[in-house]
Ligand binder design. Structure first.
Ligand SMILES: *Cc1c(COP(=O)(O)O)cnc(C)c1O
Length: 337
């Protein structure tokens, strides 16, 4: 029996892409599949997203771009992170487009100039006479609130002379869904493709459907007597006789140490994670004795990454990007539901 199983539903990817496209209207949807598709598998997600109408793929490293090029020979691929000197030739040969933040554009590579409209990360403050290698102007929003409006005004000024000639793009998922004037020629959507909320809410409110399910089983069930504890540091001590189940998934699998207190499904019912999460296992509090092998759902079927993120004091992005689909620890299945 496997310790845990990660199931990726490409049908859900397609439905999320269609949902985004209907919101975006004539704006192109570019699928952001960096970090192995936010832990979902970049190649599988890319294929489904492209088939459902996404028109480009965005990643951060040259290696990510080159891997995708092997599978998608004709697709526009944008590498949004800086290239290392040694990566220029291979990227050019593979027809990968790059985001450029300084005045130097590597010879022969099609470039999107990244302008800093207020994110305070990489980017230039003005558009300097684009050469013929420049095909796009891009920026990135730091928020989806009032500050975004200021960034958008700045982007509008910077891009005005180039509209229609260069492809202009600034929106990621949050702005694509909520700020119509951020849509421009293309929106670079990541988190929404995976059916997760860009703003910690229930993704269903945006018509999105989580793509990933993560399941395991009870590997051991035992009764703690009063005063007995489970896990390192005795963070959970039974105040009354308490049944607990041990699940063979831990922080080395991406079930983080700060998820103590979150809920998972045990045989379809919500149960609390108790005690310290170990590298390879964690405990859930049960209401009664259950057989070894009882199914446990860590994500999916209503167990939301947003809820885990709230317990862990982080965002859903970090929860899914941190999952380990190392085949020596977990089985990964791709389905079309
Ligand atoms: C990761 C990333 C995105 C995608 O953001 P989401 O919030 O996941 O949609 C878009 N643009 C850039 C530059 C990024 O780094």
């Amino acid at each position: 029996m496997h310790r845990s199983e990660i199931t990726i539903d490409l049908g859900a990817v397609r439905r999320n892409v269609r949902r985004l496209r209907s919101v975006l209207d004539r704006t192109e949807l570019w699928a952001v599949v960096k970090a192995d598709g936010y832990g979902h598998g970049a190649v599988d997600v890319s294929r489904a997203a492209l088939e459902a109408g996404a028109s480009a793929l965005c990643v951060v490293t040259a290696n990510e771009a080159l891997e995708l090029r092997g599978t998608f020979p004709d697709t526009r691929i944008l590498c949004m992170g800086p290239l290392e000197a040694g990566e220029v030739a291979a990227s050019r040969d593979a027809n990968v487009e790059i985001a450029v933040v300084g005045r130097e554009i590597p010879e022969g590579l099609r470039a999107h100039l990244k302008v800093d409209t207020g994110m305070g990360r990489f980017g230039m403050g003005e558009v300097v006479s684009p050469t013929r290698d420049v095909v796009g102007l891009m920026s990135h929003l730091a928020t989806a609130d009032a500050f975004a409006q200021r960034q958008l005004e700045r982007f509008a000024e910077l891009t005005a002379p180039y509209r229609g000639r260069l492809v202009c793009h600034i929106a990621s998922s949050a702005a694509a869904l909520r700020i119509p004037e951020a849509r421009y020629d293309a929106a670079r959507c990541g988190i929404a493709l995976y059916g997760l909320s860009p703003s910690a809410e229930d993704p269903a409110a945006d018509g999105l459907e989580p793509v990933l399910r993560w399941t395991s089983r009870l590997a051991q069930v035992k009764l703690l007597r009063v005063g007995e504890s489970t896990g390192y540091g005795r963070r959970f001590v039974a105040q009354q006789p308490t049944w607990i189940g041990l699940v063979p998934v831990g922080y080395a699998d991406g079930f983080r140490r700060d998820l103590t207190g979150t809920e998972v499904l045990v045989d379809g019912e919500r149960r609390k994670v108790v005690g310290t999460i170990s590298m390879d296992s964690f405990a859930v509090e049960l209401e009664r004795e259950l057989p070894v092998g009882t199914p446990v759902t860590l994500l999916g079927d209503g167990v939301r990454a947003e809820a885990h993120a709230e317990v862990a004091g982080t965002i859903n992005y970090e929860i899914v990007a941190g999952l380990t689909s190392d085949p020596r620890r977990a089985v990964r299945k791709v389905v079309e539901a």
